[in-house]
Write a protein that binds this ligand. Structure first.
Ligand code: S3P
Ligand code: PEP
Length: 422
């Protein structure tokens, strides 16, 4: 069978068009890659259990392949932050000596906070390139940990929550558990809570005691878990409903009202940008409503939604003030710079007004054949694609979506977009 992701894999450009009718239908979402990649690490540590609905995202397929070949000498995390960070901690705790490599961009994404913490636990890790960044050489694990008292670590929370999740997940394997003190402004908190919830689902004990997170030395137990659909991926369908002609509505199966994913925050944000959500037992229906006159939003807990929201607000002409964007500069690309550059092609501006506060404003926003650069960032492609509902648009390197949503373009075709891959 033809792999749907291969159809576009060699394309340099995708020309997207919308016929002008209302947008209606059921869109299939990928499963959450954040839940999937945690569940895979925990399942490997638990030694069993069944995972249903694992994500088809490259980040998850990659994690699965790497965990299936643990005797490897080199582990290539490609551009997947969770793979690089979670696997580093996993390989340390399972005593592997190996090299961890990735893309050129991965070598610009810091990992020093995690390496310092693992070294304190007894890991021997060397930097093969620049100190503080991958690639890493894991040289062994000589824990000198107290059998009675939990290991105590102090970790900055203001760079990436993935270091904290990585450390929490190996906590049950330490002789007396782990006490993790967080310093600085902790970002992406819901991802830390998601880690705790999944750990608990697999029998571990991980408690949030305010300033400190405590993991007891209680072993993981094999368990079954069904991964929820991905709320970050859902955000692009919210954007489409917000920008589509009157009378548009979309059903998204597999989303839960009580979710472990912080990006469910899209429900409240898009309620202000013209999309109402109705929950059903297995999913949601999105319909249109009037947007607010202006929006203020802190993205500290949901950084992956920032691009979607900036583009929709600019296209609607609703001024939006955005805070909590600090981590955007060290993701797949510098997402602030990328947004500023690409929004400018439509006459919209994203300007820093005061410290770490960005305001997106636009007048006479027009979509008329612009070409969007994607900067090796899946979210740049998916956040700008909904603009095709307002006029013809070209997306450069469309295959970038495979990182989290390989079927994205297929789903757009099913919804009625015309796609021309060149
Ligand atoms: O733990 C996770 O699954 C993730 C945490 C977030 O990263 P940061 O903690 O670096 O903000 C998020 O941006 C990323 O897409 C996935
Ligand atoms: C930032 C992201 O992923 P990661 O950090 O896991 O590469 C993302 O998916 O937007």
């Amino acid at each position: 069978m033809l792999n749907p992701t291969l159809i576009s894999s060699s394309a340099s450009f995708l020309h997207l068009r919308w016929p002008g009718t209302p947008l209606r239908g059921i869109a299939q979402l990928p499963a959450s890659k954040s839940e999937s990649n945690r569940a895979l690490i925990i399942q490997a540590l638990a030694g069993g259990g069944t995972l249903e609905n694992l994500s088809d995202a490259n980040d998850t397929q990659l994690m699965q392949r790497l965990l299936a070949n643990q005797q490897a000498e080199v582990f290539d995390a490609e551009d997947a932050g969770t793979v690089m960070r979670f696997l580093t901690a996993y390989l340390v705790i399972t005593g592997k000596q190996a090299k961890l490599v990735g893309t050129a961009r991965m070598y610009q994404r810091p990992i020093g906070v995690l390496v310092d913490a693992l070294r304190q636990l007894g890991a021997q890790i060397e930097y093969s390139g620049e100190a503080g960044y991958p690639p890493l050489q894991l040289k062994g694990w000589n824990p000198a940990l107290d059998a009675e008292e939990p290991a105590e670590l102090t970790v900055r929370g203001d760079i990436s929550s993935q270091y904290i999740s990585a450390l929490l997940m190996i906590g049950p394997m330490l002789p007396a558990g782990l006490r993790l003190w967080l310093t600085g402004k902790v970002g992406s908190r819901p991802y830390i809570r998601m880690t705790q919830s999944l750990m608990q689902h697999f029998g571990a004990t991980c408690r949030d005691l305010g300033e400190v997170l405590e993991v007891r030395p209680v072993a993981y137990q094999p368990a079954d878990y069904t991964i929820e659909s991905d709320w970050s991926a859902a955000s692009y369908w919210y954007a489409m409903v917000a920008l589509a002609p009157a009378g548009s509505t979309i059903i998204l199966p597999g989303l839960r009202e009580h979710s472990w994913q912080g990006d469910q925050a899209i429900v409240g944000i898009m309620d202000q940008l013209g999309v109402a959500t109705e929950f059903f037992p297995d999913g949601v229906q999105l319909t249109q409503k009037a947007p607010a006159a202006s929006v203020e939003q802190d993205f500290s807990d949901c950084p992956d939604l920032a691009q979607t929201v900036a583009v929709v607000a600019a296209a609607l002409g609703v001024p939006v003030a955005m805070t909590g964007l600090e981590s955007l500069r060290i993701k797949e690309t510098d997402r602030i710079l990328a947004l500023q550059t690409e929004l400018a092609k439509f006459g919209a501006r994203m300007e820093e007004e005061g410290e770490e506060r960005f305001v997106v404003k636009s007048a006479a926003f027009q979509v008329s054949g612009q070409q969007i650069e994607t900067y090796h960032d899946h979210r740049m492609a998916m956040a700008f694609a909904p603009l095709a509902l307002r006029g013809p648009l070209t997306v450069q390197a469309p295959d970038v979506v495979r990182k989290s949503y390989p079927r994205f373009w297929k789903e757009l075709e099913r919804a009625g977009f015309s796609t021309d891959f060149r």
